[in-house]
Design a protein around this ligand. Sequence first.
Ligand SMILES: [Zn+2]
Length: 238
Amino acid sequence: MPELVGPRVVVACMDYRLNPIVQRLAEAGGSESIVFRTAGGRLNRELANYIKAKKPSSISWVPHEDCGALKFALQQINGQSIWPTSPITKQTAGILRTALRSSGGGAGKDIPLEDFTKILVREGNARLAVEFTGIKFKTEFTCLEEMKGHSDKESMLVVSENVGLRPAQLSDYAEAFMKAKRGSGFKIEEVKLYIIQVPNAALASHDRCLAAEVLGIREIIPVLRGTPAQPRTHHIRS
Ligand SMILES: [Zn+2]
């Protein structure tokens, strides 16, 4: 039987606080690691199929505490959101319903965020283990400091169609992009850098809407598929 030598895959939320963790996991996978980041670190059918086609040797899934995407979904489930129901909410609500039905629980209203997160992680874990049967699979549930107010730092979003790049490389791109736009002296450490990373930006259009509408991120930086590992300022247009 041939040995499985495919790339290491990291699947994580777009939250900026996960950047160092994603960086570490991607580095551990060497040059072959590929990264997928969406709101809540969830996968849709197209993304799951794309990952399978890559025949990965292992997958690390990085869900986390205090997730903005899950908070938003929970607000929508409880009818507390002014935004039209997002497909992200529909997906998480479906998972929640199934989990509560099998445990004999109620309708899921007024469930605390921590419990909602735990249920989704447990269910997501079971579903992914079935989806990726035969692939080494690990869930790295991450505890984070509670998100502080948005006023202290500006938020930016990178939407990368190059799934081979790591957070530090995307951060370099964002910095080069912003330098070109604003003049020199721009420091990426001073912003919250959210990252959506999928092979085709259309696969994460709802995640992008969530970032723009709910988190209020105005600065969105596209990184295209064939982008090299190091940014070259003259290739970046504002
Ligand atoms: Zn999150």
